[in-house]
Design a protein around this ligand. Structure first.
Ligand code: HEM
Length: 470
């Protein structure tokens, strides 16, 4: 089968015993990924390791049922454009973490710092509070150990990727050793989350749903009461399913969001004139008496376009997530066999000269139309598209916007003396991550002291100013 002869942006590869199709035409990706037949997952080492639990590496009825359920839980906690009040609850959770982050950054007094640990903690705390109502302090040793394990897990997985295409290699001593390490790493990570699940079971109350974990405990209770326990989660072990859902949402939401924040900082160091225009827009719209909030976003086209251009240029998830065909499928007049892996090449789309004018240039203005409004072309799909598109897109956009704008509103960014600008290429893996870099954050002055308050609009001056006075 060679679809590439007819359709320039399809590549088919035969690797070992596996068929692989790489798609880099956004229209074709949309057409394929909106079809149920393309919603499967490749049955590779990763799939086997997770044993059909969770959401990211499941398919068929369990995936469909879990996606619907997780989606409804996330909506309940504010991840929806349709419920302003709930949006504000989510915004408050994020702004709480923004406050901790800003305080910690201020305490550095403009020294050259590596932001990684601060971003990891802040983004982790947002997702952990939604999932299981816990937050970690900036120096918590238990949390540091967990981070090391998760990072090790990503690296170990990168090391066995060949097994997905040449499974017979798994009997070689090197791979046997690596698989053993992955299993041990998985047990340690699971033990950490299991302890939190056990604590939650002890303190669970049917009258108050604190987080996603409680939504699951409630679902189990309901199933028990209605005699449906055995059918719940398609008959899979309840505890393993809850634990894998937490791990899936945590890992999917943490690495991507934190990496995007790094790219935003790095692009602002490379393009200080863009950073200045974002700050000027924030000063004009938000003023110097409070931090930006989510309601400001429609009035901040330069800021929004800058975030979008960084998402495009950095291609944080360069290969999207692989899908697989669930059955033999007819597509564009060809038969694609069952279990063919389909890779949506988001990186190629983001850099395609047929889609973008001068794609190599960093130009936030490409997302602003003649009327000064932000426009996102249909082919821009950093969060994927179709039936398995990103479940956390709303949360990610809100977090990225609030962290980025709060940092730029509070600090000027500076490259430390004697340091060269961070590399823009990134290190290729499941995510495209920047190499480590140092930055100086120099405090900008506000017109009054900024303190968190109980309800929105949060972070107003302690002395409230009359509306419209900035
Ligand atoms: C900048 C941040 C993020 C980016 C760029 C991103 C991107 C993506 C992409 C490209 C996919 C694959 C879509 C597909 O298979 O077609 C995906 C899936 C997913 N993302 Fe995100 N994501 C981000 C943040 C988040 C957050 C914060 C969460 C947490 C709730 C999350 C949860 C998920 C889940 C659960 C899936 C799997 C959906 C499924 O298989 O049905 N993501 N994301």
């Amino acid at each position: 089968m060679d679809l590439s002869k007819k359709y320039g942006k399809i590549f088919t590869v035969n690797l070992g015993l596996k068929n692989l199709i790489i798609l880099s035409d956004p229209k074709m990706i949309k057409e394929a990924f909106t079809k149920e037949e393309f919603s499967g997952k490749p049955s590779n080492e990763f799939y086997k390791l997770l044993g059909g639990y969770g959401i990211i590496n499941t398919q068929g009825s369990i995936w469909k049922e879990q996606r619907r359920f997780v989606h409804s839980c996330l909506r309940y906690f504010g991840m929806t454009i349709f419920n302003k009040k709930n949006n504000h609850n989510l915004e408050n959770r994020i702004m709480g973490e923004v406050a901790y982050l800003l305080n910690s950054l201020k305490s550095q007094k403009g020294r050259a710092i590596d932001l990684n640990h601060s971003f990891v903690i802040s983004v982790s705390n947002v997702i952990c509070s939604l999932l299981m109502s816990v937050r970690f302090s900036f120096n918590d040793p238990i949390f540091r150990r967990l981070m090391v394990k998760i990072e090790e897990g990503f690296i170990l997985f990168g090391g066995i990727v060949f097994l997905n295409y040449f499974p017979f290699l798994r009997h070689f001593p090197y791979f046997l050793k690596e698989i053993k390490k992955i299993d041990e790493n998985k047990v340690q990570t699971h033990n950490f989350f299991q302890k939190i699940i056990d604590d939650h079971r002890r303190t669970f109350s049917e009258t108050k749903t604190r987080d996603v974990l409680d939504c699951y405990l409630m679902e189990i209770k309901r199933a028990e009461l209605s005699g449906q326990s055995e059918n719940l989660f398609q008959g899979k072990d309840h505890n393993s399913q809850i634990r894998q859902i937490i791990v899936d949402l945590y890992t999917a939401g943490m690495e991507t969001t934190k990496t995007t924040l790094h790219w935003l900082m790095i692009y602002m160091l490379h393009y200080p004139e863009v950073a200045k225009s974002v700050q000027a827009e924030l000063d004009a719209v938000v003023g110097r008496k409070r931090l930006p909030n989510f309601d400001d976003l429609p009035y901040l086209p330069i800021t929004e376009a800058t975030i979008l251009e960084v998402l495009r240029k950095s291609s944080v998830v360069p290969l999207g997530n692989s899908h697989a065909t669930m059955v033999d499928v007819q597509f564009k007049g060809y038969t694609i066999p069952k279990n063919t892996e389909i890779v949506p090449l988001i990186y190629a789309i983001n850099n395609d000269p047929e889609l973008w004018e001068s794609p190599e240039k960093f130009l936030p203005s490409r997302f602003i139309n003649a009327e000064g409004r932000v426009v996102k072309p249909d082919f821009f799909i950093p969060f994927g598209i179709g039936r398995r598109n990103c479940l956390g897109e709303f949360l990610a956009r809100m977090e990225i916007y609030l962290f980025f704008t709060s940092i730029l509103h509070t600090f000027d960014l500076k490259l430390p003396e004697g340091h060269s600008l961070p590399d823009l290429d990134g290190i290729f893996g499941i995510t495209l991550t920047p190499s480590s870099y140092k930055i100086q954050l120099l405090e900008r002055s506000f017109e009054c002291e900024i303190k968190p308050s109980e309800s929105l609009p949060d972070f107003l001056c302690t002395k409230r100013m009359p509306v419209g006075s900035h």
